[in-house]
Design a protein around this ligand. Structure first.
Ligand code: ADP
Ligand code: MG
Length: 223
């Protein structure tokens, strides 16, 4: 991984992805093959081996479905969309996952704001960021979504109360396959950045004063 990451600085995104996919898929395949050979030889502890193999296969499934999303031709269907409405849709999807961890999903919107966007893509972005926020939080707490106008740009904040992001890791976020999670794919932020690029929007990652981090998107004003 280390090696791929270093080299990746000189590679195109497609090249980075190909190298990453090869690596991420080969390892589980090697381990599944090994366990099948053990099973073929007639070992005990079959249940343990089956469990590991299923976990490895699930990991590959996850990676391939995220890659399919990336390779989908993104035909932008941009319309004027209400930000609050999109947030509400995504919050509905994630509420139960948050509740399981005693996390509340709050949102503050002074009034409805509109951005020019592809609705399903921006919902995907919100989903990725809120999911990351939920996954980052070990303890009960709140994830707060806010929408403001800043010099007629629309700014959307996703604020969590997780551990925050170590300085030395920040620049790696969004690199394909960079993950610190046991069962992460490290593709969410890359997809997020790509979608935001296509909307001329920016993503900033801020350290909160108290705890956790804030992912701030800024969309151009509708002209
Ligand atoms: P994944 O969620 O599969 O790990 P992502 O691209 O979504 O992939 O995120 C990459 C990494 O960025 C995560 O593994 C985590 O280390 C870090 N990260 C993302 N969001 C947060 C957050 N809100 N708080 C702390 N770390 C985060
Ligand atoms: Mg993620």
């Amino acid at each position: 991984i280390e090696e791929i990451m270093v080299r990746s600085e000189k590679m195109s995104i497609a090249g980075q992805l190909a190298a990453g996919v090869a690596h991420e898929i080969r390892n589980p395949l090697t381990s599944i093959k090994g366990f099948l050979q053990l099973l073929q030889a007639g070992v005990n502890r079959k249940d343990v081996y089956y469990k590991i193999m299923i976990d490895e296969i699930e990991k590959m499934e996850k990676i391939t479905s995220e890659l399919l999303f990336i390779s989908k031709p993104l035909t932008d269907q941009k319309e004027e969309e209400a930000v609050g409405q999109m947030i509400e849709d995504v919050v509905k999807l994630l509420k139960s996952q948050a509740k399981l961890k005693n996390i509340t999903l709050d949102y503050h919107i002074d009034k409805e704001h509109y951005i020019h966007c592809d609705r399903s893509q921006i919902k995907q972005v919100l989903l990725n960021l809120i999911k990351n926020a939920i996954e980052a939080m070990e303890d009960p707490g709140a994830i707060t979504l806010s929408v403001y106008l800043v010099e007629s740009n629309v700014q959307i904040d996703v604020k969590d109360e997780g551990p925050g992001i170590p300085e030395e890791v920040i620049h790696k976020l969004g690199e394909p396959f960079f993950t610190t999670k046991q069962n992460g794919t490290g593709l969410g932020l890359m997809i997020t950045k790509q979608i935001l690029d296509r909307h001329d929007a920016t993503l900033e990652i801020l350290q909160n004063e108290d705890k956790g981090s804030t992912f701030r998107m800024t969309f151009p004003a509708i002209t």
